[in-house]
Design a protein around this ligand. Structure first.
Ligand SMILES: C[S@@+](CC[C@H](N)C(=O)[O-])C[C@H]1O[C@@H](n2cnc3c(N)ncnc32)[C@H](O)[C@@H]1O
Ligand SMILES: [Zn+2]
Length: 384
């Protein structure tokens, strides 16, 4: 077996070479996830800064150990990192990689993450869930193992389920209906956040989403936890549904577990499609994202430019309302050619509306302008 050295951030680790990146690899390492790990370092740094004390971290799906090792090496005030993996070869590599990086604050276990997390009730400040495919079977264990005021970091690579290519797996894994629309990636993140919030609520814990993004083949959420029955009841008011009309592109958000949902579009009268239950609250926090951006300069990350670009767009769209329009889809609907995106954003702002790009899609428009106003602005730009 060929062994390769991998350099990311401040660490070098080794892992066996393999041809195809699949879950069948002897020890899993995916170079595409470097940005995910870079952003995780920045997010946990921002979280530690906000908390202002030493933290411990559980990397519950360790693989080669690169993630947990980076957390131990690159984040200040980390008292301990606990890594676990069920693959004995991964554990062996993680142990050697810890030694290679001269770290004495990282421990490795060969244990199913659900068992380790449940043994460590209320122990962790940060729990990182980075499994193959869906994180849904591990969220409840994370809820049990996190301290009040801790942070959960979750990756989901089952985007075909969350985005509604196949709706049955989404219903099965997240007890929610997805919806294939131009903003299905945002719906996916909101379904995942809603599932986390509903799972945590059993333990009188609620979430505040600090940062989330959809990149490449995965989605990622960072959420801080608060505890208390009252605050959790209040927070669950963020659970709701998104209603969408394919005919005129109308969409709206309805809050509540069992709200009254109209079956027809109030604008054109055609059938309405529904996504949810999902998280209708904030999925980006501009202060937190700015803190992450401030940490980029003095971080030794390879993906500096990509991280900055993503965080900058995310900070600009942080205060936007839920869902976005796709310029091309909108122009197809209007049967006109598409103007330049920045003309549309400028015109919306000039009319006093919020307008921004979105990291979800290069042709996406986040705005609070009513649908008819947006359509009029686009038609005006193209005809003038
Ligand atoms: C996607 S990889 C993790 C990659 C790693 N976090 C990184 O950033 O390079 C998922 C890992 O979880 C391990 N795994 C799968 N199911 C597990 C379980 N129930 N408990 C602990 N580890 C598990 C696999 O052996 C694999 O190494
Ligand atoms: Zn309609």
């Amino acid at each position: 077996m060929e062994i390769k050295n991998i350099k990311e951030g401040l660490v070098t680790v080794k892992a066996p070479e393999f041809d195809k990146i699949t879950s069948k690899a002897p020890v899993f390492y995916n170079p595409v996830m470097e940005l995910n790990r870079d952003l995780s370092v920045l997010a946990i740094k921002a979280f530690q800064h906000e908390l202002g004390r030493e933290i411990n971290i559980c990397d519950a799906f360790g693989g080669s150990g690169i993630r947990g090792i980076r957390y131990a090496k690159e984040i200040d005030n980390v008292s301990k990192v606990i890594i676990t993996d069920i693959n004995p070869l991964a554990v062996q590599y993680a142990i050697e990689n810890i030694e290679m990086n001269n770290l004495d604050n990282v421990e490795v276990y060969k244990e199913d993450s659900n068992i380790l997390l449940r043994k460590c009730r209320g122990k962790f400040d940060v729990v990182d869930i980075d499994p193959f495919g869906t994180p849904s079977p591990y969220i409840e264990s994370a809820a049990i193992s996190l301290k009040t005021c801790g942070m959960i970091c979750v990756t989901a690579t089952d985007t075909s389920a969350l985005c509604g290519t196949f709706k049955e797996p989404c219903i099965r894994k997240y007890s929610a209906m997805p919806l294939k629309t131009e903003y299905c990636h945002e719906i996916g993140i909101r379904i995942l956040a809603g599932f986390i919030a509903r799972t945590f609520s059993k333990y009188k814990k609620c979430i505040q989403v600090k940062f989330s993004h959809s990149s490449n083949h995965y989605m990622r959420i960072y959420a801080v936890i608060k505890k208390g029955a009252k605050i959790t009841d209040e927070s669950l008011k963020n659970i709701g549904y998104i209603l969408h009309c394919d005919n005129c592109l109308y969409r709206t958000v309805i809050q509540g577990f069992a709200p009254k949902i109209p079956s027809h579009c109030p604008l054109c009268g055609k059938n309405i499609r529904i996504a949810g239950p999902l998280w209708t609250g904030s999925i980006l926090n501009s202060e937190f994202i700015k803190d992450m951006m401030n940490n980029i300069e003095n971080s030794n990350i390879n993906q500096k430019n990509n991280a900055f670009k993503l965080l900058n767009t995310a900070s600009l769209e942080a205060d936007a309302t839920a869902t976005y329009y796709d310029l091309h889809q909108m122009c197809k609907n209007l049967k006109i050619s598409a103007p330049r995106l920045h003309y549309v954003l400028e015109a919306l702002e000039k009319e006093g509306y919020f307008a921004s790009r979105t990291h979800f899609k290069p042709t996406g428009i986040k705005t609070d302008a009513p649908l008819d106003v947006l359509k009029k602005i686009i038609v005006y730009i193209i005809s003038s």
